[in-house]
Write a protein that binds this ligand. Structure first.
Ligand code: UTP
Length: 225
């Protein structure tokens, strides 16, 4: 069975320095699992640094996204180094290539694809392409809360919620000021709903939660189904 992992760039490169311990532990968990995996790696701080730099040099948003996509692929290549022997040596550039490689390898790894979207959306599209019915989003955020925990100290974590409730939360957060993005972008939320992909939200600092989510077991994050 294929499981898709969306690994936030902020887990792979927190504060701009590659997180070797996390990469090794993630690779071990993948090796130990009976499942096959499609993985999309995010850009994190390097993507933001490079996008900001090209903007300062006069580039527009298309070019800012393009350079950020390069960071996602660089982070994907880092994870691939830890997956030697169970994944192809190179990052899959695009969904068709990923699907082709997924048929022959335990693990296939991608970064971003086209400007204008995020790796949240890429991960759902990869799940659709390879027929994965479970997706695990691994990021700084340990689950979905009933309000923004950064603004509301009383915000409560939700154990399980439906697709429509997730879409409502994502739409509400779309109105927030820049920099307070919701944990999963709106398009990605709509895509998991249309394909009924069970989606788990866990924080990267808990390897136990991550492992449980990979196997579809209970964990300390949030499940959307
Ligand atoms: P991410 O999806 O990684 O965003 O893509 P992020 O918010 O930095 O997520 P974390 O920190 O990894 O969790 C980084 C940037 O790359 C561009 C966008 O500019 C995005 O904000 N990108 C990514 C694309 O343009 N297209 C893609 O398919 C993926």
């Amino acid at each position: 069975m294929h499981v898709v992992l969306s690994i936030g760039g902020s887990a792979v490169v927190p504060d701009g320095k590659p997180n070797i311990k996390f990469l090794k532990e993630l690779a071990s968990a993948i090796r130990a699992s009976k499942n096959d995996f499609g993985i999309v790696v995010g850009g994190g701080p390097p993507a933001r640094t490079y996008a900001g730099a090209v903007r300062e040099l006069g580039a527009g948003e298309f070019d800012a996204d393009q350079i950020a996509i390069m960071s996602t692929k660089q982070n994907a290549k880092l994870l691939l180094a830890a997956l030697k022997g169970i994944a192809p040596a190179d990052v899959a550039h695009g969904f068709e290539k990923a699907r082709e490689l997924a048929a022959r390898h335990k693990v296939v790894v991608m970064g971003g694809t086209i400007p204008g979207i995020t790796t949240d959306t890429d991960s759902v599209l990869l799940a659709e392409a390879i027929g994965a019915k479970r997706l695990v989003n691994v990021s700084n955020v340990t689950g979905i809360y009933d309000s923004d925990p950064k603004k509301n100290p009383g915000a409560k974590k939700i154990d399980t919620l439906g697709y429509d409730a997730l879409i409502s939360l994502a739409m509400a957060s779309d109105k927030r000021v820049a920099g307070t993005n919701f944990v999963f972008d709106l398009l990605a939320c709509k895509l998991i709903a249309r394909s009924k992909i069970e989606t788990h939200f866990v924080g990267w600092k808990s390897m136990d939660d991550l492992k449980a989510a990979m196997e579809g077991k209970r964990h300390g994050g949030t499940v959307v189904r």
